[in-house]
Design a binder for this molecule. Sequence first.
Ligand SMILES: *[C@@H]1O[C@H](CO)[C@@H](O)[C@H](O)[C@H]1NC(C)=O
Ligand SMILES: *[C@@H]1O[C@H](CO)[C@@H](O)[C@H](O)[C@H]1NC(C)=O
Ligand SMILES: *[C@@H]1O[C@H](CO)[C@@H](O)[C@H](O)[C@H]1NC(C)=O
Length: 480
Amino acid sequence: MAEPTHIMPLTVSLLPLLLLLSIANGVHCFEEKKVFFMNKFQWKQLSNAPRCLPQKSRSENDATILEMKHRDYCFGTIKNWEEKLQKRIISDNSRVKSLQSRIRRAVSSRMKDQSETQIPITSGINLQTLNYIVTVELGGKKMMVIVDTGSDLTWVQCQPCKSCYDQQDPLFNPTISSSYQSILCNSSTCQSLESTTGNSGVCGTEQPTCNYIVNYGDGSYTRGDLGHELLNLGTTSVEDFIFGCGRNNKGLFGGAAGVMGLGKSDLSLVSQTSTQFGGVFSYCLPSTEADDASGSLILGGDSSVYKNSTPISYTKMISSIQLSNFYFLNLTGVSIGDVALQATGFGKDGIIIDSGTVITRLAPSVYRALRAEFLKQFSGFPPAPSYSILDTCFNLSGYEEVNIPTLRMNFEGAVEVNVDVSGMFYFVKTDASQVCLAVASLSYEDEVGIIGNYQQKNLRIVYDSKESKLGFAEEPCSFT
Ligand SMILES: *[C@@H]1O[C@H](CO)[C@@H](O)[C@H](O)[C@H]1NC(C)=O
Ligand SMILES: *[C@@H]1O[C@H](CO)[C@@H](O)[C@H](O)[C@H]1NC(C)=O
Ligand SMILES: *[C@@H]1O[C@H](CO)[C@@H](O)[C@H](O)[C@H]1NC(C)=O
């Protein structure tokens, strides 16, 4: 057992990083990592961060590397971090609820009329859960878009706009772009919309354009018409890239011009750029929201451009007939501080890996075992009340640093992934009086588990649709 004496009082009060991490130094029976807490002064500094500078990109070998930022940093000053952190959790719950209902409908749709039963996932864009942005160039204009592996159609707000939310970049204007062309409603692309967005494309009333609708579970939506346009990703040009020109968009999309769909279907950016990038992309999500923290989205599968510190190990993607646009993996086990959890919920159905969900959701049987083992090893700390979906909480305001047990996920093919220490605790209160284990339980055993972005930080995660495999390696994320 780890004794409470492993908490070493620190004299350092101002730490340069939000969550500085280091490996625990011996003397414990369980595998642990140390987490330093940010003090009030640092939260204040963070909230005074300036708007982000233009995001960078570069090419190396056959890969294009785009700088990836947390959008909270880029879209204005955050006055109340605590409120922000709390809203994000509530929002995350909505996203997951909507995702589960989509899955249920998709599964039952094998017997019913598909158009009626399939609704798209709540993308979470308005809900502050889709957190990572990159900059691309569409028709020669730079635009910040939110990266989402849970959606397929890429779209941006377009002029003339019937209803657009505020965005940081000027609206895209297809009428002044010589490389823009509408997609007609009698095309096969238009006919394929239903399987991608859940709504079939319809002909425009005045022109034979292909009108699309993407409804998100929470009432927000984008509506417009499909077009193709020259897309530049770093120095790589993609001609005739199909995307949605959003003329009527509702939701608090947080200043981004739109969404980059990195799902698995034919319309996604991954499929449309397969001649350039071979159907492979990877990302490394930064561990903090601080101004100097950046990660990268790499398009292309040349692993020599990664900065991984451990070898990449691959697990296979599980195919799901009903949900062919999501990335499913086979989670075969979880351990806490080297103790393998015993639970019935492993290896049965796939678990989704998603860039847009924040907190990892596990089957109740798995979560119960995880919680019990975590409490056993992380003992002696004062408990704090639950917050929304997070029910393993502590008052750590009296500590400057603590050692926390290592969380490890195992996937089919003997793949082991250590969750970065920055993805272990979620701060509900910035003074650390309510800090919760950043993992939650699903409501029912038969719901589909999700690996959220909080547990994907400081990892190179390689999505290889061509070979139907997904790779993990440790990497201190940074664009440079
Ligand atoms: C679609 O309609 C246009 C006219 O609106 C026509 O020129 C074109 O041949 C049609 N394409 C197909 C595939 O039917
Ligand atoms: C997951 O992997 C385990 C062990 O290899 C296997 O028994 C199980 O059938 C797999 N589950 C799925 C859904 O593929
Ligand atoms: C948290 O713990 C500190 C001391 O460690 C105490 O002063 C404070 O009142 C506690 N806060 C809550 C909300 O319980």
